[in-house]
Every structure is written in structure tokens, then in C-alpha cells.
Design a protein around this ligand. Sequence first.
Ligand code: ZN
Length: 199
Amino acid sequence: MRTKIKVLAVFCLAIFGFMAFKPLDKKMVIIDAGHGGYDVGADIKGFEEKAITESVASKIKELNKNENVVIVLLRDGDTSMDLKERVFRINNLKPDLVISLHVSSTANEKPNGVGAYISSKKKFYDHSKEIAENIINKIAATGNLSKRYVSEAPFYILKNADFPMVHLEMGFLSNEKDRSYITTEKGQTEIAEKILESL
Ligand SMILES: [Zn+2]
């Protein structure tokens, strides 16, 4: 009998300990730095998209002070990762939110600003849209990038990752004013801070 009570006590303590340390109420946010490795993404005047997305991603992780939010970087470092693998990892991690980071580039140098894409799937539509709007509003409010729009897109990763997700386009590398902001430490830090404020 005593042994049974002891076993029960140890069991209760173990459960209590587990609950005290396991962050049950924490929100997991995956940051997917677009491109990487051999896939450089947009490449203009010596600036590569993969380096910008990687830098903003690591700043998001570094600057996160919110104890209720855990930031997970999908690709850590300059590694190649195809879309299928990204989706596989996302669906395995079961996050509360995914933010895919990209920058835009067009042949015409005029287009500029920050915009976002979300999936047209109904399941997480409202949640994804709300966060996307929030992020681009906050970034545009700094006055450094103009505000574009949130639109739906049939991108592979948006279609196949089964969680709320925002594909963010953090300005145009092909536009001189945007480029002079998104390629700087100050610009990348500010974008990371605004994303964190929107979570
Ligand atoms: Zn991209």
C-alpha cells in the first residue's frame, strides 16, 4: 500500500512538473525564409533575395521578447530547401502560424511596397488575412515602404501547408527606394520588429 502511495505521489509530481515546464499555451510561429542555397531568388545589383529573407528571419528570432511566442526558423543558414520539403516540415511541426518571407522583383522599376498573399482555402482564411493585413499595415506605417494589398494566390506552399499562413513580400528589390531600405540592417530590423508586433 505504501509503495502504491509513493508511486502515485511520484506520478503526480511528474505530471505536475511536466505541466509546469511544457509551454502548453505558447504559440508556435514558423518563419520560412524564402529561397536559400543554390536558389538565390531575386538577384538585383548584387543583392540576393535569399540573404534578405534569411537576415529578417534570424532577426525575428533574435528580437522576440514575447514569452508566449516560440519562433521556429524553417531554414537556418544558407541551405537549399525545396517547397515539398518546406511543406513537409511545416505540417510535421503543426504550428499556429507560418510566415513565409520574400521580396518582389519586376522588370519595371516602378512597382514598390509591401504586400502579402494568403491561401483562398476557407479553413484559415480569416485568421491568415487578419494577420497579413496587420503586418503590412504596421510595416507601411513606418513610412519606409508603401502599402500594397493582401491577395489570394495558388502558391504550392500556401495550398499544401495545412495551417494559417502568410506569404509576405517585403518590398521590391527592383525599386531603388525599396531596395535602399530592405537591404539595410535598419530596414531589416524594423521589418522584423513590425512582424513580431503583429503576432
Ligand atoms: Zn521569393
